[in-house]
Design a protein around this ligand. Structure first.
Ligand code: FPP
Length: 224
């Protein structure tokens, strides 16, 4: 049975789900947040220590302002109402990406990270305004500045995921097979599961099924 420490997820399909069932993309995001909560719960139950969620990419700024504002208000409300609860569950929140949001949201994100810094049951890396290429470029720039030797170990140390082992599983929902500039370095040996279901429809059972399939895969890491 393969050990499992870290699951990464591209939560795709909110917009399509919202349009299909509620005639509103934003309703899809709202429903997507319910799935986030269910998956966090199951991740803890499965004793997985790291969960990385792609919530907003550097490319998502191209969306209509109304949708962007809705997504960030959803996040703001979620953190305001739930951070205490996450903290009680011993969950650590770690933001990856560039934190250049409104003053209010930046403050809330910093507060949430600081409050949960020492928690140990589950680390959630929330990718916000995240792009993997930018993350790698920024890491190399910093390495150069510090006169670091350019090698794999050092580069991994300078990425924003430096305190996280590489994911063993990547799940992408929404019936689309691409990586969308997500964790390009970290996914080098990750098992990838493309799921047909839209994110709001993805449930605990689907998640447990993916984990079960992963456990049985023969992982070679380039060996035979
Ligand atoms: C991709 O679906 C999803 C997003 C860009 C946002 C993800 C956000 C959530 C799951 C809810 C909010 C989460 C937090 C933590 C507040 P899409 O909109 O690209 O779907 P589409 O492919 O159907 O258009």
């Amino acid at each position: 049975m393969n050990p499992l420490n870290h699951v990464a997820i591209i939560m795709d399909g909110n917009g399509r789900w919202g349009l299909k069932y509620k005639n509103s993309r934003n309703e899809g995001h709202r429903a997507g947040l319910d799935t986030v909560e269910k998956i966090i719960k199951e991740t803890i139950k499965q004793k997985i220590n790291y969960l990385t969620l792609y919530a907003f990419s550097t490319e998502n700024w191209n969306r209509p302002k109304k949708e962007i504002n809705y997504l960030f208000s959803l996040l703001e409300n979620f953190l305001t109402n739930k951070i205490e609860d996450l903290h009680k569950q011993n969950i650590k929140l770690n933001i990856i990406g560039v934190k250049n949001f409104s003053k209010k949201l930046n403050k809330l994100l910093n507060f949430s990270e600081k409050k949960t810094l020492k928690n140990t049951t589950l680390q959630i890396n929330l990718a916000l305004n995240y792009g993997s290429k930018l993350e790698i470029i920024n890491a190399i720039k910093k390495m150069n500045k510090n006169n670091e030797k350019i090698n794999e170990i050092n580069l991994s140390k300078y990425l924003q995921t430096n305190n996280t082992p590489d994911p063993e599983i990547l799940i992408r929902t929404g019936n689309t097979k691409r990586l969308s500039n997500f964790l390009l370095w970290q996914l080098a040996y990750t098992e990838i599961f493309f799921e047909k279901k839209l994110w709001p429809d993805f449930d605990k059972k689907d998640y447990v099924k993916v984990i079960g399939k992963f456990r049985k895969i023969k992982r070679n890491f380039g060996n035979i």
